[in-house]
Design a protein around this ligand. Structure first.
Ligand code: FAD
Length: 294
């Protein structure tokens, strides 16, 4: 694999849904020294040519009884449909069927029913790749649009001299730098082995913030370029198609919101702050009778 002669794919999402990780229905049943896998996964990048799949499958009846396996391609592992996609078309994204696919027990990763821990660990690099990738994509789009605006003329002047154009560049750069700062702060927190809950929140914020920023920035770049931005003379239209996926995969941005608020509430309500209680700064803060919650 390290020589680059074998390729892999990660198979998590199922036709019944990708957001609900613990709702997986692909099943792995222990038979002697093997597990036998049955079920299907969809939207799997690299499925078309993968030699090995990382597969999450149900191994028990409790809701969190999911295990992770390395599954070798075999006649029982069938890629039957490769999707026509709006963007990111080079990935060979397919639907994978497991039909009595036999997997040696030694291919179980970690412990049986322990895939939740592996999933949580995997999602850190996966979501950070989406976040960091979005920064690069947005930067490329801004640079193309800003250079274009410096050369393209309308009404006798460079279009960058119109506030309506240059402020779009300014807004885009501000959002790019803000997202970049968050992604780098998150990377530092991961490297420093920060509290897992804080890391989960920061990773989700980075993924959401950077991918939403990239979509808006590429869209602004297309607007700055006018009609030619919509053609394939420039790569802006491709960047726009690619950027759209980033808000969906590696956990949708709604799922990122779910994680962010969950971890924030845990942090907020789980600790008693020793800092000054700003709520008590209000002039009538002592009016307890007006603080009605039910
Ligand atoms: C091109 C492409 C490549 C992909 N690559 C891979 C891959 O390599 N491996 C892999 O395993 N998966 C892959 N995916 C799958 C991707 O991660 C899922 O599509 C994504 O997680 C969403 O799952 P879903 O499509 O089943 O949508 P659903 O889970 O059905 O969600 C539909 C909508 O409901 C919303 N929603 C669901 N639950 C909640 C909730 N609790 N709160 C608020 N909103 C909610 C979602 O945000 C979304 O808007 C890929 C997808 C695409 C399109």
């Amino acid at each position: 694999m390290l020589e680059g002669t074998l390729t892999t794919a990660e198979a998590l999402t199922e036709p019944r849904g990708g957001s609900d990780f613990f709702g997986a229905t692909t099943r792995a049943t222990r038979q002697g020294d093997d597990y036998v896998l049955n079920g299907q996964k969809r939207f799997i990048v690299g499925a078309e040519g993968a030699d090995y799949f990382l597969v999450y499958a149900r191994t028990g009846d409790k809701p969190r009884d999911i295990s992770a396996f390395i599954v070798e391609r075999s006649p029982q592992v069938v890629v039957q449909h490769v999707y026509g996609l709006m963007g990111t078309r080079g990935g060979g994204t397919g639907r994978v069927y497991f039909r009595d696919a036999r997997v040696p027990a030694e291919n179980l990763i970690g412990r049986e029913n322990g895939a939740g821990e592996i999933f949580n660990q995997m999602m850190i690099p996966e979501r950070m790749t989406s976040a960091a990738g979005a920064l690069g994509l947005a930067r490329a789009a801004i640079e193309i649009a800003a250079r274009y605006a410096d050369r393209r003329r309308a009404f006798g002047q460079k279009i960058r001299e119109f506030e309506g154009v240059s402020f779009q560049i300014a807004e885009s750069m501000t959002r790019l730098d803000a997202a970049g700062a968050l992604v780098r702060e998150t990377a530092r927190a991961i490297d420093a082995g920060d509290d897992p809950g804080r890391v989960r929140r920061l990773v989700s914020e980075s993924k959401k913030c950077a991918t939403t920023m990239a979509w808006d920035v590429v869209n602004a770049a297309m607007q700055v370029m006018g009609g030619i931005g919509y053609t394939n003379v420039y790569p802006i239209e491709r960047l726009l198609r690619d950027a759209r996926l980033m808000m969906i995969w590696t956990g949708t941005n709604e799922i990122m919101n779910l994680v962010i608020q969950h971890e924030y509430y845990k942090e907020l309500l789980g600790t008693r702050s020793t800092a000054r209680d700003v709520e008590m700064d209000a002039v009538n803060a002592e009016t307890e009778g007006e603080k009605v919650y039910e």
